[in-house]
Write a protein that binds this ligand. Sequence first.
Ligand code: TEU
Length: 596
Amino acid sequence: MTTADESVLLLGETPTSDAEAAAEQAWWRATVVYQVYPRSFADSDGDGVGDIPGIISRLDYLQDLGVGVVWLSPVYRSPQDDNGYDISDYQDVDPMFGTLEDLDALIAGLHERGMRLVMDLVVNHTSDEHPWFVESASSRDAARRDWYIWRPPRPGMAGGEPGAEPNNWGSIFSGPAWQYDERTGEYYLHLFTRKQPDLNWENPEVRHAVYAMMRWWLDRGVDGFRMDVINFISKAEGLPDGEVPPGALYGNGFPHFGSGPRIHEFLQEMNREVFGDDPSRFLTVGEMPGATVEQARRYTDAERREVNMIFQFEHMEVDEGPGGKFDPRPIALSELKASLGRWQEGLASVGWNSLYWSNHDRPRAVSRFGDDGVHRVASAKALATVLHLMRGTPYVYQGEELGMTNTVFRDLDDFRDVESLNHYREAVGVRGQDPAQVLEALRYAGRDNSRTPVQWTDGPQAGFTTGEPWIPVTPNYREINAAAQVGDPDSVRSHYQRLIRLRREHAVVVDGSLRMLLPDDEQVFAYERTLGGVRMLVLANLSSASATVPAQALAGPADWAQAAVLNTNVANPAAITDAGVELAPWEATVRLVDGT
Ligand code: TEU
C-alpha cells in the first residue's frame, strides 16, 4: 500500500510495477475529499455568489489542509431552482460561476498541486429548461418525448384535477411528484421540484447521451464523479402507488424507485461505457438515500464494477422522527455507533465506505452532533477524530474544518432553500401545523444552515465577498474564521490537518480492520484498528460531561497505558490505568502500539 504522498507523485505517470499499479488504482482509499459548494465558497467578483476564480484563489489553502480531492457541487448552467441541482446544460458552466476556461484552470491548478477534481453528476433529472425537456414537452410526438416520464391522468379524471395524478407518489420536496402539462395533456414525473423532471433511464438514448457527456468531462481532465441520487434512476415497471404512511398526504414511492429493478445493470453499463478497462482510476461515489449495507456491498464490490463507494444515509437519520427530517428527535449515541459500526463491518471485506458528518444538505456537524456553545472547539475536533480514523474515505464539507456552526434564522424570510420553503408552505398551509413549531424544525434541520458563506476573515462579510452575499453570513464569523485558525496549533483546522496527515503516515488508518468498543455507552465513542502488529485506539468522549471508561473495556493484546499518543484534543490526555480512564468533556485521544 502506498501513502497518499506517493500516489500524488504517481499522478499522471505510468506505474512501473504491478504493486504500484494496484496502489495507484486504489488512490481514492488513501485520500481525503473536500466538498466545495461553489455558491458559498469564495466570491471573486463581488456579485455575492461564489465562483470558480474564487475557488482557484483558495487552492493553496486546500493544499495546505492536506486534502487530495475536491468534489465540486454543480457549476453547470442552471436556472438555480435547487441551487444548481437543476441543470439546463451539462457541458457548460453557468455564467454566475465563470466559464469553461475557468474550470480548465481549476483542474490545472488542482493537478499542479497534486490534487484531483470530482464533478457532481446530476442525471436522475435535468432542469425543465434543459433543451431535452423543452423538446420532450413540445408535443406527444416529439422525438425526445420518451426521454422523460410522461403519463396520462388517472382513467376517468381530467388532467389537473386534484387526485388525477398518474400515481400517488409525493415529491421529496413536498407536494405530488407529478406536474400536469396543459399543452400535451399529460403529467411528467419529478421526484424533486417541478423544475427537476426525471429522465427516463429505460430509454437507451438517454443513457448513452449521459455516458457521452461523462466521457467528455473525463477528456477535460476530471478525476471522477459524485453521482446525485443515483440509486433513484431505475423505476419499477408500471410505477405502482406507494403506501400512504399514517398522517401523510402522499404515497411513499421509495420502494418503487430506490434501487429499482435495473439499477445494477445501469451502473455496470455506465461503468463500462465511461470508465473502460480501468474503472479504479477514477473516484466514483454514488449518493444513495435509503440504501442498506447489504445493497452497498453489491454497489461497491470492486469485481462488480459499479461504483467505488456510496454515500449512505443511515447515520444521517438517527435524529429523524416518524415525520422525517423536519420532525426531529434527540440523538442516542449508542444508535449512531451501532449504525456506523454495522457499515464498518458490512464493508470490511467487500466494498468501501465513505465517511461524512455533513454536506450541503445537512445542518453543521458541530451543531448537530457536537456542542456549538462552550465546547465548540473540542467537540468539533472530537467528531473529526472519530470520523477520520474509521475505515473508509473521509469527506470534509467546506467550513467543517473551521468548526463552523448552524446559522441564525429570524423568520421565514431568512430561508432560501426550496426544500425548506416548500415544507413550510405544505406543513402550515395544507396540514395546518403550528407555524412556530415548523420554523423551529427548519432552524434545526434546514439545509441553509450549511450553505452560508465560508468564514475566511473577521472582516466585512467574513471575507467571502465585497458585495452583498446571496445568503447572510453566520453572525459568529468574527470569532470563527480561517484567518484566525491557519497557523494556530490549537485550532479546529490544525486538528483536521493533523488527522489528514495521520492517514498518509499510518497504513493502519487506511487498511486496518476495525473493532467497535463500548457499543452501549451513551457518552464514549471508541474503536480499535489493527494492521499486522500495529494497533491504534481511538477513544473519544462525545458528551459535555466527563466520562469513565472501565479498564476491562480496553483490555486486550495491546498495552494502551504505555502506548504513544498519536493525536489528542486536550493538553493532558487522561491516563489509562488499571482503574480505567476518566475522559474530560469531548476529549478525544488516539494511541498507537507498534508491535512489529
Ligand atoms: O440530495 C438527495 C436527497 O435525498 C435530498 O433530498 C437531501 O438529502 C434532502 O435534503 C434530505 O431531506 C441530492 C442533492 O445532494 C441535493 O442538494 C439535491 O437537492 C437533490 O439531490 C436533488 O438533486
